[in-house]
Write a new protein. Structure first.
Length: 402
């Protein structure tokens, strides 16, 4: 008679994220069959043998980590602008000289798929080495149809080359390109009427930068309507530089998430809580831009808003290649609890992407695991500059840690 499980990890401590808090099971076991979790519980209650048994020697097992907001595929970098700002040059002058997002746009438009892929793979590998098993990757630096689709194709190629699940998001409504200067509405219509239909086979979702520096309510609603016609969920970058009402708008129209929210008001956050819209918190941008404004975490807690945490990896405002660092920044800058931070890169991050099949250790879900050599989960938020990931499991397959 064959064993009921393909593989069992035992002699491990589990942070299942099932139910409230961390869902800790000490001296636990996880059993897999067919790439799915078949059983989770105390080791003493394990119901049967497995074809392979792995003794974890007290390792902590979490669901595979999820980075639910990245701009990982882009051309060039902006290290030179970083140096210029440190020397005293302000961002407005850099932008007027063709820097900022326009610099990345030019580099991305000029790069072919092979060049973009070669630059993106090391960024993705850095996240995988920390226990990430699911990545969201946005476009948004092409700002024209051909380059936006090229970014999405490269994002999908990453999932073919590396053991990671990639969710692709079309962010063509990221900024107004220079060829549409003074014609923001025309560009929003181009995104809605041409780019979204063309990307429907490559994108899993649509994003809009709803901001005084980008797209207003009318533009945003135009893009949302196009996403719905294409059968794609949507999300917003919002309330980052000013309170634009992004939180309330996203909640009212059924956004999966509203991301940033540094200046969202309590009423908008309450609307998100009532609607089940996830807040994606991005402390890397707060840190790198030295922002004084912080998301209103107390209002989010009071409203029952689900809070995810992500790197926002991008060349301009958060050149962060470490999700573990975001755990520390989320706790130190935003005052998240350890449980909120760790849930933010697992179960809540899955919710931000509309993925119900991961983010927890529970029967029937994907067997994506991250194994860490720590004595308690708080260490993942406490240390920075240290990577305690010992290994990953992707769809039940044991993989390297680093």
């Amino acid at each position: 008679m064959s064993a009921p499980f393909d593989r069992v990890w035992l002699n491990a401590n589990l942070a299942t994220m099932d139910g409230p808090g961390l869902g800790v099971i000490e001296d636990g076991a996880v059993a897999a069959r067919g790439g799915r979790i078949a059983w989770v519980g105390p080791r003493a209650a394990l119901p049967g043998p497995a074809a392979e048994t792995i003794d974890c020697a007290g390792t902590w097992i979490l669901p595979g980590l999820i980075d639910c907001h990245t701009h990982l595929v882009f051309g060039g970098d902006r290290a030179d602008e970083f140096e210029r700002r440190l020397a005293g040059e302000d961002y407005a002058a850099i932008l007027a000289a063709g820097g900022g997002i326009l610099s990345t746009m030019r580099a991305t438009r000029a790069a072919d798929e092979a060049t973009l892929l070669a630059a993106a793979l090391p960024r993705a590998r850095a996240l995988l080495a920390e226990g990430v098993t699911t990545l969201e990757i946005k476009s948004g630096y092409g700002l024209e149809q051909a380059a936006e689709l090229r970014q999405l194709r490269v994002a999908r190629r990453i999932a073919e080359l590396l053991p990671v699940s990639v969710v692709t998001t079309l962010l063509a409504a990221h900024a107004v390109p220079p060829d549409y200067a003074g014609r923001r509405g025309d560009y929003a219509r181009l995104v809605a009427e041409e780019i979204i239909p063309a990307a429907a086979g490559l994108a899993d979702a649509v994003d809009v930068f709803h901001d005084r520096l980008a797209f207003d309510d009318a533009d945003t609603l135009l893009v949302i309507a196009a996403a719905r016609r294409a059968g794609l969920p949507f999300k917003l970058h919002g309330d980052q530089h000013a309170d634009m009402g992004s939180a309330a708008l996203g909640a009212r129209h059924g956004a999966l998430s509203v991301d940033h929210l540094e200046r969202a008001d309590a009423a908008g956050l309450a609307a998100m809580g009532a609607a089940g819209t996830v807040a994606v918190l991005l402390p890397g941008a707060t840190y790198f831009l030295r922002e004084a404004a912080m998301p209103d975490i107390a209002a989010m807690r009071a409203a029952g808003v689900r809070m995810a945490l992500a790197t926002d990896m991008n060349p301009g405002s958060s050149p962060a290649q470490s999700l573990l660092l975001m755990l520390n920044l989320g706790c130190t800058l935003f005052r998240l609890t350890v449980a909120e931070a760790l849930r933010g890169v697992t179960v809540e991050a899955a919710a931000a992407l509309g993925l119900a099949d991961r983010g927890r250790l529970a029967p029937g879900l994907r067997c994506d695991l991250a194994l860490f050599g720590v004595t308690r989960p708080a260490e993942l938020c406490y240390w920075f500059g240290r990577n305690p990931c010992l290994g990953r499991v992707f769809l039940g397959r044991v993989l390297e840690g680093r």
